[in-house]
Design a protein around this ligand. Structure first.
Ligand code: MG
Length: 295
């Protein structure tokens, strides 16, 4: 019964604006204005999650397009930071453009291009377990005689055969390296929650004893790459996301501030998370941008 309710709830919520829904439900939990403004003091740049902050599936989140325009008009630095590994960067940007967002490739941090940089810099030759449509993104990377395994969200290509190939490759390596593009447990897909890359990476870790190096949220390395791209120190940066653990907790572990939005996959219980305390909880991106630009 609970499962059925949740399924119906997610589908219904997904098909309309979650933003207005949650705003109405949780208005009573807003903090005083002064506390909000103080929480963003010293922030000179934003890292912004895409899914759950800019959009839910194919639906734009109310106020986010305008919020991005305001950041641009104010020359306030920002980067999009996503764990999306099922779509090439070009497709992500085209999807956002159809929703009236106008981002450039340089403003988008996604794990695959960052991983390609790391592989080239460190002379790593990957055995890839990624979705077939993402293989061209690794053009120019030497994949002969692999000395590492790279796992991204491969969706229905997470077969026994593909996972077992990764397992065997890792066992064959003198110094096995397992790179995971993100370590998420699940995400909201068009037809409900879906298993993310994390469980499959953990399967390989369990079988081989090789701890994964994570490129993507919540790894500090990934957050730092985005911050240094804005030429800002971590303590000058705030991450805005709907994942209390990986967006907010990950950024805070890297020395940044973390803002939790009440949109996307936000749950009320996230505000009382046992290990992560957001620096600020806001109704949506528009609200935190308002506090930043009009303190
Ligand atoms: Mg998100």
């Amino acid at each position: 019964m609970i499962v059925q309710f949740e399924s119906i709830f997610f589908r219904q919520a997904h098909s309309r604006s979650l933003n207005s829904f949650f705003a109405a439900v949780y208005t009573s939990h807003k903090r005083p204005l002064t506390t909000m403004a103080n929480s963003v003091e010293g922030v000179k740049g934003l890292l912004i999650d895409i899914s759950g902050v800019l959009k839910n599936g194919d639906i734009v989140i109310d106020g986010s397009v305008e919020a991005i325009k305001k950041l641009r008009q104010a020359n306030f630095p920002f980067r999009l930071v996503t764990n999306e590994t099922l779509k090439p960067r070009k497709t992500i940007l085209e999807t956002l453009a159809m929703m009236s967002y106008d981002f450039t490739a340089n403003e988008l941090f996604s794990p695959v291009p960052c991983c390609v940089d790391v592989l080239k810099k460190e002379n790593l030759r990957p055995h890839l377990l990624v979705h077939p449509r993402m293989v061209p993104e690794f053009d120019g990377v030497d994949t002969k005689d692999p000395n590492c395994v790279v796992v991204a969200d491969a969706y229905d290509h997470f077969t026994f055969e593909n996972l077992n190939n990764c397992f065997r490759k890792l066992l064959d390596m003198d110094k096995p390296i397992l790179i995971s593009l993100g370590i998420g447990k699940y995400y909201m897909d068009d037809d409900g929650l879906a298993l993310d890359v994390g469980g499959f990476t953990k399967c390989l870790e369990y079988a081989t004893g090789v701890a994964p190096r994570i490129i993507g949220k919540p790894s500090s390395e990934y957050f730092m790459m985005a911050a240094s791209d804005m030429k800002l120190n971590p303590n000058e940066v705030m991450m805005v996301g709907d994942d209390v653990l990986h967006d907010v907790g990950g950024a805070q572990a890297a020395g940044m501030k973390g803002a939790l939005v009440r949109t996307g996959k936000y749950k009320k219980s996230d505000e009382n998370h046992p290990t992560v305390k957001p620096d600020i909880v806001v109704d949506n991106l528009a609200q935190v941008v308002g506090y930043l630009l009009n303190p």
